[in-house]
Design a protein around this ligand. Structure first.
Ligand SMILES: N[C@@H](CCC(=O)N[C@@H](CS)C(=O)NCC(=O)O)C(=O)O
Length: 213
């Protein structure tokens, strides 16, 4: 049985939940909360980040490594395109979604949700304002040119789609919405990916767990 360690509200755990759903794989989830300095968890993930996945003898960390493993190990819907050009694009979008986009969009969630609720620290609203007014706009200008007006980035819904949108789900929990007059294409892409049945189901379960259902 596959075991996924990580709280569902993490943008990175959500990406793996989508991958598991696309592959139709049964799994058990342990809702590991990050930033807890959990000595037991550190034994399976020295970086102390979520997610970590165990599959039999295998224990691996990092959402991208996990999704690539699931793609290599299991049949079911493809998580990545198979031609070299599209696969390179998919890797880039996954990298962008998991680095700068996560740092900024999920950073709003970190400040407004994780800091007060989990870390018992104050929100740095000055930093949130800087993210929203200065740091996110150039990234959104770029994303506006990268995502399609209809459907998904490739022929089918894939990991690249959820990688770019997942951090914005967290930003949404923290009260941020992309301005649909300034970034209409990306805003509608976020809506479309969020309402894709597999994602929608995962978000509904997540909202219920967070008391938002
Ligand atoms: N590159 C990693 C990033 C994972 C990550 O940063 N997870 C956050 C939660 S959303 C975390 O566990 N942070 C705890 C920490 O940085 O100590 C991945 O793709 O899995």
């Amino acid at each position: 049985m596959i075991i996924l360690h990580g709280a569902s509200a993490s943008p990175f755990v959500r990406k793996v939940l989508v991958a598991l759903a696309l592959k139709g794989l049964p799994f058990e989830q342990i809702q590991q909360i990050p930033f807890t300095r959990d000595a037991v968890y550190r034994k399976i993930n020295p970086l102390e980040k979520i997610p970590t996945l165990q599959d039999g003898e295998l224990t691996i960390c990092d959402s991208t490594v996990i999704c690539e493993y699931l793609e290599d190990a299991y049949p079911g819907s493809a998580l990545y395109p198979d031609n070299a050009v599209d696969k390179a694009k998919a890797r880039w979008y996954e990298e962008l979604g998991g680095t700068r986009v996560a740092e900024l969009a999920a950073g709003i969630f970190f400040q407004r949700f994780m800091r007060p609720m989990v870390l018992k620290q104050e929100t740095d609203e000055e930093l949130v304002k800087k993210i929203i007014d200065k740091q996110l706009p150039p990234i959104l200008d770029y994303l506006e040119t990268q995502v399609p007006e209809k459907d998904f980035i490739f022929d089918n819904f894939m990991i690249a789609d959820i990688s770019l949108v997942s951090p914005f789900v967290n930003a949404g929990y923290a009260g941020y919405e992309t301005d649909s007059t300034r970034w209409p294409i990306f805003s509608s892409f976020v809506e479309r990916v969020s309402s894709y049945p597999i994602v929608n189901q995962i978000l509904a379960a997540e909202a219920a767990a967070m008391g938002r259902g």
